[in-house]
Design a protein around this ligand. Sequence first.
Ligand code: CTP
Length: 405
Amino acid sequence: MTALKGKHIVLGITGGIAAYKSAILARLFVKAGAEVQVVMTPAAREFITPVTMSALTDKPVITEFFTANTGEWHSHVDIGLWADAMVIAPATASTIAKMAHGVADNMLVTTYLSAKAPVFIAPAMDLDMFAHPSTTANLKTLAGYGNHIIEPAAGELASHLIGKGRMEEPEVIFSVIERFFGDTAELAGKHVLITAGPTYEKIDPVRFIGNYSTGKMGIALADAAAARGADVTVVAGPVDVKPTHPRVKVVKVESARQMLEKCEDLFDETSIAIFAAAVADYAPAEYADTKIKREHTQVPTLRLIKNPDIAKTLSSKKHPGQLTIGFALETDNEKVNAAEKLASKNLDLIVLNSLRDAGAGFGTDTNKVTILSPAGIIADTPLKSKREVAADIINAILKYDPFTH
Ligand code: CTP
């Protein structure tokens, strides 16, 4: 039984090369037990035929307001109300603009304007069109109306140029929707704040102190918390990984100080804060405005100052009802060190990673953790994917949080 069984999905297809991938997307929805109603723009028919789409979905495809020979009226209002979700994939720059401004000159945009269900938009266009300020502004407007934008990926485009604008793969779009319906509500209405990735501490305009953290664990935790209904903000250092859950927002920062500042702005409204970032402990005492040259200088000495401890600073301001969770990356005497960090940083729980465990730690797709509360070990996971470990950590937090009982 999948989360999509019996769900009504309106699949909107617009006129872009990526429309051929909509056939795969429709197939995935149907295979998962959903009913799919395809609505195409007139331009989409130039890229994939209605016959293909109706054969895959077992329903006539709608492209016009009327069926020409019978005069049968297609009610966009009825389709909009029937939908449990509307997915527009691919969404061209033109359709995105029309949706943002209510230009209801085709069946797809009128259906969108009548839809009461959540709407997911997967843009697909050339890199320059995607980067154009008007497209950025239109997507921002649509996101502001509560629509979920499934960001395009970077890669080779139909124009053979390489850049961002390629529609996300059907499997990814499918998993975003599946995840949305698979959500549970234990954390509904709660804000979760997560720090993730490394921090970069600038030495000069071209150099920094950093570390190998990729942010995978933090982003996996963000998706896992959102799947339990939370509104999640990730404050991330320089990372490439992206969350897939539409309820996760990422705020990018660079240094530990910037990370602390952003977290401080968000902490008051936060119910649960998880500090998964590998924050640099030290930053250069001085920043050189111009590149430090090899000639003309003696071998420079890098003087360091201590960075703020984000977990400790925020945990010391905790008010009743707020939970803070830290990570401890240890190489020896692991449990004792982790328990000490838990106490000294005033955390409620700490997730211990041992670098002695193969497959755990920076950059890997797997992890193995032990979760400690002030009373001792509350959970222990075998080596699993970071996504599964993230779900286990959120489960442990839910069990621990007295307010969700
Ligand atoms: N942490 C933080 N700010 C810092 C350093 C650490 O928020 N400046 C958080 C991490 O995100 C993690 C926890 O504190 O949740 C422990 O991080 P870790 O690097 O293991 O501990 P440190 O306090 O830096 O101790 P040490 O490096 O000496 O083990």
